[in-house]
Design a protein around this ligand. Structure first.
Ligand code: FEO
Length: 396
């Protein structure tokens, strides 16, 4: 794809990666992604904001084929999907200097072997003039690594936000179709930004004073109605959870699945919504999205040897790493002869600020006592959700 115009003297470069299906060997990409770079041409100097993932280097080099001089390359983020092509560009433009945070400077040397004498750290709030255009740098750490910054272009009211407000969405549109981008953007928030949501809130306040007409992230389409994505982020960051149970489970011989089915039915009868995920088949991104909204997490697992099924342990690790917003937690499942499944799983979820509800474990198939315990668990969840809706910390 050729360069596309964002504003006068501002072009969208980079690559749309329609076919990529896994990021960081970890994150499913059902909608592909893009690596956005931006060319800002002032009357006296030209800056390239970010580069692309190295496999897409030829696309970016082709877009820059007619550009004979480049004064600056802004590296908002040292991760390879944005900075990985820096060495090639520095070879093509020997006059160019890389502008980045002081922390990114060390990371770019370590990760990409960028020569130290090509790197120039910029301070928070520092401005660099391109003639009739200005780049103001805002230090916004942990969006998504500790070195991240953003750039603001006041003359055109564009905020280049890098990973923040991004979406893994391959599209030929420059600007977002809001209905279409909502879920990819929420998935991106859940997977990348949710663990840092307190810092996200702080960084959003920091940029709130800027007059922004366009938000230009480093993944997915741009926003020409910034409030759309800013309001969505405010809800995801600081909004209450919903009357929803996220229920990831795995079952080997159906005992746990029978318990899950019973609990789901009991919850629905009590007016509680459920998002149920079979961990052997589910897209972890869907589970992550549910963790933005769920007031309660119930993990369903059989006992394997003496602990949880590895799929349940992996889910617990993910839930803990993403710092899910849930307030209540329970474990249900079956066992054959004993074990420490509940202790192992709850110990893996130390990042969560949850009340742990009584576990329900069945030896083999559930019987009357376990069905009664599942009813009690459903009652406990429903009453807590109702109380939270009553005090405004969850939506009914
Ligand atoms: Fe899109 Fe954290 O890199």
């Amino acid at each position: 794809m050729k360069a596309r115009t964002v504003a006068n003297g501002v072009q969208l470069l980079g690559a749309v990666d329609w076919d990529r299906r896994l990021f960081d060997a970890l994150i499913p990409l059902p909608d592909g992604t893009s690596y956005n770079a931006y060319l800002v041409q002032g009357s006296q100097a030209t800056a390239l904001l970010d580069t692309v993932n190295p496999p897409q280097a030829e696309t970016l080099l082709g877009q820059l084929a007619s550009l004979t001089r480049l004064d600056y390359i802004v590296a908002h983020h040292a991760e390879q999907d944005h900075s990985g092509t820096l060495p090639l560009l520095l070879a093509k433009y020997p006059e160019a200097r890389v502008l980045c945070s002081a922390k990114a400077r060390g990371m770019l040397i370590d990760l990409l072997e960028v020569p130290a004498d090509r790197l120039q750290a910029v301070a928070d709030g520092e401005k660099v003039s391109l003639g009739n255009k200005t780049l103001e740098f805002l230090h916004t750490p942990w969006q998504h690594w500790p070195e991240t910054i953003m750039s603001y272009l006041p003359e055109d009211r564009v905020l280049f936000s890098c990973d923040l407000f991004g979406s893994h969405l391959a599209t030929s549109d420059v600007f977002a179709d809001e209905e279409r981008v909502y879920e990819p953007a929420k998935r991106y928030f859940a997977e990348i930004m949710m663990p840092f949501r307190n810092i996200v809130e702080h960084n959003m306040e920091k940029v709130a004073g800027r007059d922004v007409a366009i938000i230009a992230p480093s993944h997915g389409p741009l926003y020409r109605r910034p409030r759309f994505i800013q309001d969505a982020y405010r809800e995801w960051v600081a909004g209450g959870t919903k009357n929803l149970v996220a229920l990831p489970y795995v079952s080997m011989h159906d005992s746990t699945r029978v318990m899950v089915d019973y609990l789901v039915s009991a919850l629905v009868e009590r007016g509680v919504g459920v998002a149920q995920f079979d961990l052997t088949a589910t897209d972890p991104g869907k589970l992550a999205i549910s963790l933005v909204d769920a007031t309660t997490i119930v993990l369903g697992t059989p006992t394997v040897l003496t602990g949880p099924h590895p799929a349940a342990a992996a889910a617990a690790f993910l839930i803990n790493a993403l710092r899910a917003k849930a307030r209540f937690l329970a474990v249900i499942g079956s066992y054959g002869w004993g074990g420490k499944t509940v202790e192992v799983l709850t110990a893996m979820l130390g990042n969560l600020k949850v009340e742990t509800l009584p576990a329900v474990l069945a030896k083999g198939l559930p019987k009357a006592a376990e069905y009664a315990a599942l009813d009690q668990l459903a009652d406990a969840i429903a009453s807590r959700h109702a109380a939270m809706a009553g005090n405004g910390t969850a939506s009914a």
